[in-house]
Design a binder for this molecule. Structure first.
Ligand code: PEP
Length: 253
């Protein structure tokens, strides 16, 4: 089966000392279960030190962003090949903070998604609607646009090596989690879009839920048939909180 992925997105948080302590805790308590993969996505400057922590463990390393360009005169950017060099397995693309605050369009996200695949890493494509969009009945339209742009540029087979994260913007960092039923409805819709193009790819792709996931709501969310784990922000910054979420996945796997 698909198994669970529990991914921590640390955003722009931490210091060398705090990340060292966080990783010591995560490595000590990460579930040893073939049905759950634990992933941490630190800020760029700490990728190498976190790579040293995860070496020899089952915890995977990922990045929070990537350039859509391969190399060259792009000051301040980081190429996918560099992320592979330092040991990343996954790269988050299209997080709502980057779309809303840093001007990333779905076209740019699609280029980043392909850039990650081109170096044989796995993109985690984030999609999700704002509160205004949900309240005006546009959730499916938003998913159509955000997922459809990537689907039409990279093709459905690309999703054999990719992960999708449904992150309703209104639930990110707000404490307002989508109910398991609300999340499942959108996850089913996302999988159905892929099913229309390839049933095999749709059956294999992991679709994570993100938005105020905590130890006490993870189990309800992860027990839904189309929810294959979580992309965790705030609760990934404390090892006990993050491990409680990973443990919920391990219990269900
Ligand atoms: C996120 O930013 O990806 C996220 C899900 O954040 P939080 O868990 O804090 O809502």
């Amino acid at each position: 089966m698909r198994g669970y992925l529990v991914a921590g997105n640390w955003k722009m948080n931490g210091s060398a000392a705090s990340i060292d302590a966080l990783m010591t805790g995560i490595i000590a308590g990460a579930p040893v279960s073939s049905g759950v993969e634990v992933l941490v996505c630190p800020p760029f400057p700490y990728l190498s030190s976190v790579a040293a922590h995860v070496a020899g463990s089952s915890v995977a390393l990922g990045a929070q962003n990537v350039s859509q360009y391969k190399s060259g005169a792009f000051t301040g950017e980081t190429a996918a090949s560099m992320l592979r060099d330092v040991g990343c397995k996954y790269v988050i693309v299209g997080h709502s903070e980057r779309r809303a605050l840093l001007g990333e369009t779905s076209e740019i996200v699609a280029e980043k998604f392909q850039a990650v695949l081109d170096v044989s890493l796995q993109p985690i494509l984030c999609v999700g609607e704002t509160l205004a969009q949900r309240e005006s009945g546009q959730t499916q339209l938003v998913i159509d646009e955000q997922l459809g742009t990537v689907l039409s540029s990279s093709g459905v087979d690309a999703f054999a090596n990719a992960v999708i994260a449904y992150e309703p913007v209104w639930a990110i960092g707000t404490g307002m989690t989508a109910s398991p039923e609300q999340a499942q409805d959108v996850h089913r819709y996302i999988r159905a879009i892929l099913e229309a193009a390839s049933e095999t790819v749709a059956a294999g792709v992991k679709i994570l839920y993100g938005g105020s996931v905590k130890g006490d709501n993870a189990s309800g969310l992860f027990s839904k048939p189309d929810i294959d784990g979580g992309l965790i922000g705030g609760a990934s910054l404390k090892s006990a909180d993050f491990l409680a979420i990973a443990a919920a996945a391990a219990t269900l796997s």
